[in-house]
Structure formats: structure tokens, C-alpha cells
Design a binder for this molecule. Structure first.
Ligand code: ZN
Length: 136
């Protein structure tokens, strides 16, 4: 990747920048002190789709239940990006089952794109059939 973006204001910045020329934040320190997982969650709000996609793919490998909500939100925030939305559904499918995952899939059932609503609904149905998690 030849581009580097400020993780805080999303301006394009020269590779190796320590201070973002646009917002004046200490990018280097931020990247050093914020855990990688938290930076991935933050990257889901990045206006550049390739940054978001990278975060979605990395988060699915982390398999943390808490990522489900932010992932669903990412898909909802860019309703016309169906490719990204489908990637979000696939990523959520790989997360551990639980309340976060169920809530995220329910949220995605409200998505503007039909394909995403269907994919989320299928996952919810499958989850029920497999008796994963606890029903309260
Ligand atoms: Zn900045």
C-alpha cells in the first residue's frame, strides 16, 4: 500500500509521519499505544473503503465477540457498499456466538441491501438450528 492515512482525522499523510500535518495529532504515539484490535475497530469508521475492508478481514481472524456490533455498524454506515456489507456478514459469521452476534445480525436485517438482509437472516436461522449459545 502506497497510501498512509491519519488514523484520527483520515487525511492522507506521508509515510513515516510522526505528527499528522492536518490535525496535528501524534500519529506515531497513537499507533504505538493503542492496541491493534482497538485500531481495527477504529478503522471501521475510516472513510476509505480499502482501509475498512482491511479492518473487516483482520477482525474476522481475531474472532472476538465484541467486534460484531462495530462491524454491523460499519455495514449500516455505508448502505450502498454491498461488497463491504457482505464481507461484514461473513466476518460476523466467524465470530463466537452470543448476544453481540445475534444483535449484530438483527441490525443487519435492517440493511438497505436485500442481499445483506437475506445473508444475515440465514445466519440467524442457522444459529438457532445449531443450538449455539444460550436462549434466555
Ligand atoms: Zn490527522
Amino acid at each position: 500500500m502506497n497510501h498512509h492515512y491519519c488514523p484520527l482525522c483520515y487525511a492522507e499523510i506521508p509515510i513515516g509521519s510522526i505528527i499528522c500535518p492536518t490535525c496535528g495529532q501524534d500519529v506515531e504515539s497513537w499507533e504505538r499505544h493503542i492496541p491493534y484490535y482497538d485500531r481495527l475497530i477504529w478503522a471501521l469508521k475510516n472513510p476509505h473503503s480499502e482501509v475498512r475492508m482491511g479492518a473487516i478481514l483482520s477482525l474476522q481472524n481475531h474472532r472476538r465477540a465484541g467486534a460484531a456490533g462495530p462491524l454491523a455498524e460499519c455495514a449500516m454506515n455505508w448502505p450502498i457498499d454491498v461488497v463491504q456489507g457482505m464481507a461484514v456478514v461473513e466476518a460476523i459469521a466467524k465470530l463466537p456466538d452470543g448476544a453481540e452476534k445475534t444483535a449484530a445480525l438483527r441490525q443487519l436485517q435492517q440493511h438497505e441491501a436485500h442481499a445483506i438482509r437475506v445473508a444475515a437472516g440465514e445466519l440467524l436461522a442457522k444459529k438457532g438450528a445449531d443450538h449455539y449459545g444460550h436462549s434466555t
